[in-house]
Ligand binder design. Structure first.
Ligand SMILES: N[C@@H](CCC(=O)N[C@@H](CS)C(=O)NCC(=O)O)C(=O)O
Length: 215
C-alpha cells in the first residue's frame, strides 16, 4: 500500500491528498506535525529536505508534490488528469507551475498574517498585487472552459491551482473581478475530495499553538 507522509494543513500535501481521493487510490497516512518531527533521522532518510508531502511506494520514495502528482498520473491513469493535446498540456502545466512558482511565494506573507504571525503592511500590499497578477492571468487562460485544459474533467491544473486559489478571499484577495475563475472555484470546492480535505478550524488552532510554543 502507498504510504503518504502528510499533514492536513499543508497546502503542498493537500494537492496529493486530493489527487489520491479523486483517483480513488488506496493509501496509508503517516502523519507529521511539522513541529520538529520532520527533522528526525528516520524522516530525513526519506526526504533530506525535511518537507512533506512524500509518497513511498514499495520502498520507492517520491518527494516534491508535482513529481508525486506525475507519478500517480502515470501509475494510476484513470481518470486521466493530464491532456495529450499540446496546447491543453501546456495550459495545465503553466497553471501548475505559475501556482507553485509565482502565486505561492507571493502569498506566503498573507498566509503568515492569517495565521496570526503579523507582517509588514507594504509587503502585504505587494503580496496582494502579485496575487492579482496571477488571477488575471488565470482568468484569461481559463476563458470559457469549465476546466483548464479540458472541457469535461478536472486536470492537475485544478488539483494544484484549485487547492490554492480558494485560500485567497479569506486573506483579503477577493475573486470578484474574475467571474470565470470564481465560478471555477465554486465548482471545485463542492467536490467530495475538496470538502474532505478542507482544513478544519480546530486543526488550524492546534497548529498555531504548536508554532507559538516553538517561536
Ligand atoms: N516544493 C515542495 C515544498 C514542500 C513544502 O514546503 N512543504 C512544507 C509544508 S507545506 C513542509 O514540509 N515544511 C516543513 C519544513 O520546511 O521543515 C513540494 O511541492 O512538495
Amino acid at each position: 500500500m502507498l504510504k503518504f507522509y502528510h499533514n492536513p494543513l499543508s497546502p503542498n500535501s493537500r494537492r496529493v491528498w486530493v489527487a489520491l481521493l479523486e483517483k480513488d487510490i488506496p493509501f496509508e497516512v503517516v502523519p507529521l506535525n511539522l513541529d520538529g518531527d520532520q527533522f528526525q533521522p528516520e524522516f530525513l532518510a526519506i526526504n533530506p529536505f525535511h518537507h512533506i508531502p512524500v509518497l513511498v511506494d514499495d520502498g520507492f520514495n517520491v518527494v516534491e508534490s508535482l513529481a508525486i502528482l506525475d507519478y500517480l498520473e502515470v501509475k494510476y491513469p484513470t481518470p486521466p488528469m493530464l491532456p495529450t493535446d499540446a496546447k491543453a498540456l501546456a495550459t495545465v502545466q503553466m497553471v501548475e507551475l505559475v501556482t507553485v512558482n509565482e502565486l505561492v511565494p507571493a502569498i506566503t506573507p498573507l498566509i503568515r498574517q492569517m495565521m496570526g504571525f503579523g507582517g509588514d503592511s507594504q509587503q502585504l500590499e505587494q503580496s496582494k498585487q502579485k496575487a492579482h497578477t496571477v488571477l488575471a492571468f488565470f482568468e484569461k487562460l481559463l476563458d470559457d472552459r469549465p476546466y483548464f485544459g479540458s472541457s469535461d474533467r478536472i486536470t492537475l491544473a485544478e488539483i494544484v491551482a484549485g487547492t490554492t486559489v480558494p485560500m485567497l478571499p479569506p486573506m483579503g484577495v477577493p475573486l470578484n473581478g474574475y467571474p470565470k475563475l470564481s465560478a471555477w472555484c465554486d465548482r471545485l470546492v463542492q467536490r467530495q475530495a475538496w470538502v474532505a480535505t478542507e482544513p478544519k478550524p480546530e486543526a488550524i488552532e492546534a497548529f498555531k499553538s504548536r508554532m507559538e510554543a516553538l517561536i
